[in-house]
Design a protein around this ligand. Structure first.
Ligand code: WTA
Length: 694
């Protein structure tokens, strides 16, 4: 499957300099280890597991599994019998065994330039222990679910690791999601406690997070799910004002991270509503908490976290990851894909609210004792050179971002990049969506000055870590290809009948066997897990992505082949947006398709059929946009809304999205539309098409 020799032509080879210090310095070495990882996973992963702390060792084989629905329930068990604690491995092991206590874990860089702080491994351990004790004092126990809705602050990492320390299961909800989405996720995972912050700024825009959290908790109460406790971090306000009622304690009992911030913000601070029956202040709780907290020793397959991802039915799926396999996989992919070295300064620009932040800001880097930048702000604030200014400020060596950010910055040309030095950079990564070769070339040529290999990492919330990816000093790259599988991963390409295709081919991307980091279930709905990923092609994990393999064996992701779309690297389901639209009283029916977009990759083109007697207007359009933002979040805001008095349907009444996609993209060649019940609808829709900018 993987070629004997890497191709020599049309590819980018990495520099000899990088090979000198690399963990995997050649394609031959990659091939040798890959073969070992597939033929003898026990030995391969067993050697890696030795670097970590196990309270008790595992018994039996490294991975036990069934990936075939026709043979019974799907399961994956990694290192059965072992007990450990992931937080202990990330922090205590680094502080006590590896003597990295004084090493910086995070350079936190706030939204405003100059607003920053540093946190060492020792400090992080102390904060996490304190907060773990806080959670315990609030009655949180092993296995309980805790919802976290926070901005990109160090305390978010503290909160998630405190959960992991006591064996509680964190469910982080990206702070760009709406109150409705937060409520839905809290109820689905039956969380007992919510952790949030007063608010934060994204560029110039204030996000009043506590207001949204309160709204979500009210919605939970209305649905018969009252949450008892909400812990609020004061990120913006020194002294949050109480809205009429008893205020939280005014003075902080212990000096904390906020006090280390050099620049105090001068921006307006929101009035924070305070409900004394539910709300507790992070700082006063931390002040009263002890510095030590014995970790809870967890079984390998105990749940570690739930993270929601869009599902094609519209209802998000709670992807469940477990302790040991996820630890090993996040740690190993981080170490090898970014070729981590002890003096690296690594920066992943993703939000911790997404899987990329879970695996490659928190778990992977900390498991390796890495120093990372944690950035709260935007790539374009206060100007479009911010990323490169930060790279220079911290002398970042390894940089990981999304194609959408690259395309956005590309629009401003090379000047804002070249104003900054960037000589520290060694490896550049991308994730989240296919990167077009043009953006790849710009990233490589302008940002990395042709010096830095690009790792185009393909993976999913479900896969826990990279599954198709180059290794920086080993894999010759082709712009736009995620190249080859990571260790332990066996991809295949299937045709519609489920037959494996050999050699150059295109079809469904599937995986033939599990690797340690693959998801274990959909929280509370194992049947949905089996139906979504394993039913279509028994014996395989189905990614939902299309893929092409070229003559040299390189894999090229061609995009989603289900009803999902990827807007600025965020996976959304068309059904999710459609159901938000039809909830509006004026809308009878809605159909949403994707339309190419130069910066965002894909954009949302919505067709709405209005109820009888309702007229389409700009005001209604604005209301519908607002409705989607409130139901899902700003990331799902429709780009185009077209009034569609009729939708193209088959005689059986099924909406023909294929036809709508053509209309959205202004492609007149419809292909075969003989199944269409009423073809005049199509002409009408073409006439009233929204003017799109691709
Ligand atoms: C897409 C993000 C092409 C893909 C880590 C996948 C990519 C979905 C790449 C998962 C890449 C991610 N090249 N497509 N390098 N990385 N994708 O769950 O469609 O937010 O199925 O995980 O993003 O998105 P998710």
């Amino acid at each position: 499957m993987i070629p004997d020799k890497a191709p020599q032509e049309d590819v980018f080879h990495c520099s000899e300099d990088l090979k000198k210090e690399s963990h995997i310095p050649s394609f031959e070495k990659y091939k040798e280890l890959y073969t070992r990882s597939i033929e003898n996973p026990d030995e391969f992963w067993g050697a890696i597991a030795k670097d970590f702390f196990w309270k008790t060792k595992h018994t039996g084989c490294f991975l036990d599994y069934n990936f075939d629905v026709t043979k019974g329930e799907i399961f994956v068990k990694c290192m059965e019998g072992a007990t450990t604690n992931i937080c202990y491995n990330l922090l205590d092991r680094n502080v006590h065994e590896r003597k990295l206590g004084d090493k910086i874990a995070f350079f936190w860089e706030g939204n405003e330039p100059g607003d920053d702080l540093t946190v060492t491994y020792r400090e992080l351990l102390q904060k996490v222990c304190r907060f773990a004790n806080v959670l315990k004092s609030q009655g949180v126990k092993k296995g309980d679910r805790v919802s976290i809705y926070m901005p990109m602050v160090v305390e978010l990492v503290v909160a998630m690791l405190a959960c992991a320390r006591i064996g509680a299961v964190h469910s982080i909800v990206f702070a760009g999601f709406s109150a409705e989405s937060l409520c839905e996720r809290i109820i689905d995972s039956q969380c007992s406690l919510l952790i949030t912050a007063d608010g934060f700024y994204r560029g110039d825009k204030l996000i009043n997070l506590k207001l949204l959290a309160d709204e979500a908790l009210q919605k939970c109460r209305d649905k018969g799910f009252p949450l008892k406790t909400c812990i609020m971090l004061k990120h913006l306000s020194k002294e949050p004002e109480a809205a009429g009622r008893q205020s939280p304690p005014a003075k902080r009992a212990c000096p904390d991270l906020e006090e280390k911030r050099k620049v105090k913000k001068t921006r307006p601070v929101p009035k924070v509503p305070w409900n004394p029956d539910v709300d507790l202040c992070w700082h006063s709780l931390m002040g009263g908490a002890a510095d030590e907290c014995e970790p809870e020793w967890c079984e390998s397959e105990d749940p570690l976290f739930i993270l929601y991802t869009s599902g094609s039915t519209g209802k998000p799926k709670g992807v469940l990851h477990t302790v040991s396999g996820y630890l090993l996989y996040a740690a190993t992919t981080f170490k090898l894909v970014f070729d981590h070295q002890p003096d690296d300064v690594y920066w992943c620009t993703a939000d911790i609210g997404w899987i990329t932040g879970h695996s490659y800001i928190t778990y992977g880097p900390l498991a390796n004792g890495a120093t990372s930048v944690l950035f709260e702000g935007l790539p374009t604030y206060p100007d479009v050179g911010r990323m490169w200014q930060i790279v220079d400020k911290y002398q970042v060596t390894k940089f990981y971002t999304a194609p959408t950010a690259i395309r956005l910055l590309m629009k401003y040309g090379s000047d804002p990049v070249q104003k900054h030095n960037r000589k520290s950079l060694k490896v550049l990564g991308t994730v989240g969506e296919p990167i077009n070769p043009e953006a790849w070339q710009w990233y490589h040529g302008v940002v990395g000055e042709k010096r830095c290999p690009i790792v185009d990492t393909f993976w999913q919330t479900e896969t826990g870590g990279h599954v198709l990816t180059p290794l920086p000093a080993a894999t010759p790259t082709k712009p736009g290809s995620a190249t080859f599988p990571f260790f332990g991963v066996v991809p295949a390409i299937l045709n519609e009948s489920g037959e494996e295709l050999e050699g150059p081919s295109e079809g469904y991307l599937v995986f033939k066997q599990p690797w340690p980091g693959v998801m274990r279930s959909v929280y509370g709905n194992h049947e949905r897990f089996e139906a979504t990923y394993f039913k279509k092609f028994p014996g395989y994990y189905v990614t939902g992505d299309g893929c092409r393999r070229d003559k040299d064996g390189y894999y090229w992701i061609t995009g989603r082949i289900d009803d999902m779309l990827n807007v600025s690297g965020h996976l959304l389901s068309t059904a999710e947006v459609e159901s938000a639209l039809v909830e509006h009283k004026s809308v009878a029916e809605a159909a949403v398709v994707s339309c190419p977009h130069m910066v965002k990759g894909e954009s949302l083109y919505c067709f709405v059929t209005l109820n009888d007697g309702v007229a389409f207007s700009q005001a209604l359009e604005a209301e519908l946009r607002k409705q989607v933002r409130e139901k899902i979040g700003a990331i799902a805001t429709p780009d185009y809304i077209q009034n569609a008095p009729g939708l193209p349907k088959t005689r059986s009444g099924k909406i023909m999205r294929r036809v709508l996609r053509k209309i959205a993209c202004d492609e007149k060649d419809m292909g075969d539309i003989s199944t269409l019940a009423d073809s005049s609808v199509v002409d009408e829709l073409f006439r009233n098409r929204c003017a799109t900018t691709v």
